[in-house]
Write a protein that binds this ligand. Structure first.
Ligand code: EPZ
Length: 423
């Protein structure tokens, strides 16, 4: 399996262009199941999770052509309404095909997505929502069999603003005749992008911006063309890597307002930023990194996906910073690996206390999940010596051309596979 070798101590310098958002691309690709007409999607990042989703669409019966970040999806006969465990176990977001399949065919047989490194990740909110729309959900042998004679509009209040449940229920309600109201929905920019695409397909979805969606179901949706929004987690990750290496980096083609909490916290930590409507410039900063406490929360709160990279920055602060992970129950796996690189971190339930050290030291570490893996790459960029990061396949799920983008910023990073590459 691939590893990264990183020789740290270099300040990142230059311009990095942000890719399309993984967490918008995945549900938007799934939303093409709602029509038999062709859909053309631009700025689809070339990631492991995107390739898995394209495989799922092909398995279900779509024809997929993917070239230079553009995907063209067309019908190719009738759609299947079930998925094999092999595909679902690779990526829990595959569960989001349930909504489109249920609303079109009134039945869907989908393996329950297992948990993952960061938590159990149940789908109860998805299933309760389908039941409120008139479906029955039976769990049998690890699959969930969702059936409905007829789906009816409903008023549904999500017990938690789950991103996935919001998107799954939204896609289902698009073809349910009548007015469905979803309350306490997720307000992440990726959800807005899915709504934008569905409305381009002819759906009628009104968002009040305060957590309520009103959907007037249609008989059918037509094909559409769409360019996916910039990846706010990738842009936040590069901003943090630039700051941690005391670099001088302009993050281009991003949406700064999608990272407003992070930008505010970076300024509080002592960094100077120049912000335009599509870029953020992190200026070189040689002063003390001030400890800043963060608490992850649903958007517009501090993004849980940036908690790990933020923790790496705080390992170099002048003082002690608290990191509260309030979204996922097990999202500190990067902490013990950072401690092996000389960081001073103690964790207790959902709180990590990070006391800054002068320098991190290179080590051989393992990524356990996507964002924790990026946090370790960041630490390698800051540490003196050569850091080896194993299980890069986690990182490949969500960062397009990571080593190329970092190398262009002056980092000394290369990918190698000990089973294949002779040294
Ligand atoms: C999406 O996951 C993202 N994934 C995650 O990004 C992100 O961390 C998460 O939203 C939160 O922002 C994609 O968009 C593909 P949730 P999702 O449902 O939809 C609990 C990354 O690194 N919950 O908002 O699965 C759940 O256990 C990934 O790019 C229930 O209890 O997240 C968690 O504690 C990681 N029951 C919390 O809600 C449910 O039915 C948030 O989950 C659903 C969720």
């Amino acid at each position: 399996m691939d590893r990264f070798l990183i020789r740290g101590g270099k300040k990142l310098k230059g311009i990095v262009h942000i890719s399309g958002s993984k967490n918008a691309a995945l549900p938007i690709l799934v939303a093409t199941l709602l029509t038999d007409e062709p859909c053309i999607l631009h700025r689809i990042p070339n990631l492991r999770d995107v390739r898995t989703t394209l495989k799922i669409l092909e398995y279900l019966g779509k024809k997929v052509v993917y070239k230079d970040n553009t995907v063209t999806i067309t019908a190719n006969g009738s759609l299947k309404n079930n998925l094999p465990y092999e595909l679902v176990k690779q990526m829990r977001a595959s569960f989001w095909v349930a909504g489109p399949l249920l609303t079109r065919f009134k039945e869907a047989d989908i393996p329950l997505p297992g948990g993952c490194a960061i938590g159990v990740r149940p789908v109860d909110i998805h299933l309760k929502g389908f039941e409120r729309l008139g479906a029955t959900c039976e769990i049998k042998a690890g699959n969930v069999l969702i059936r409905a004679k007829k789906l009816n509009p409903a008023n549904i209040v999500l017990r938690f603003p789950s991103v996935g449940a919001t998107q799954n229920l939204l896609m289902c309600a698009c073809l349910v005749e009548g007015e469905t109201i979803l309350d306490n929905v997720a307000k992440e920019p990726e959800v807005d992008d899915v709504i934008d695409f569905l409305n381009k397909m002819g759906a009628d979805i009104q968002a009040d911006g305060k957590g309520r969606l009103v959907i007037h179901g249609k008989k059918e949706l037509h094909g559409a063309e769409h360019t996916v929004v910039a990846d706010r987690i990738e842009s936040g990750s590069f901003l943090l890597a630039a700051a941690a290496t005391r670099g001088d980096v302009v993050v281009e083609d991003c949406v700064p307002e999608h990272n407003s909490i992070l930008l505010n916290d970076l300024c509080e930590a002592g960094f100077t930023l120049t912000i335009t409507n599509a870029s953020v410039h992190v200026h070189p900063y040689a002063g003390e990194i001030k400890p800043v406490r963060i608490r992850t929360a649903p958007y517009p709160g501090f993004a849980t996906d940036l908690q790990a990279p933020w923790m790496t920055l705080m390992t170099l602060c002048n003082g002690t910073a608290e990191v509260d992970e309030d979204i996922f129950e097990n999202r500190f796996m990067h902490a013990p690996e950072l401690v092996r690189m000389g960081a001073d971190i103690s964790t207790e339930k959902s709180v990590a206390r990070v006391t800054g050290v002068k320098k991190l030291s290179a080590a051989h570490v393992q990524a356990s999940d996507l964002r924790g893996g990026f946090a370790l790459v960041m630490a390698g960029l800051c540490a003196d010596g050569e850091t080896e990061v194993e299980r890069v396949y986690h990182i490949d799920r969500g960062y397009e051309n990571l080593e190329q983008k970092l190398t262009a910023l002056g980092a000394d990073i290369r990918r190698y596979n000990p089973d294949k590459d002779a040294f």
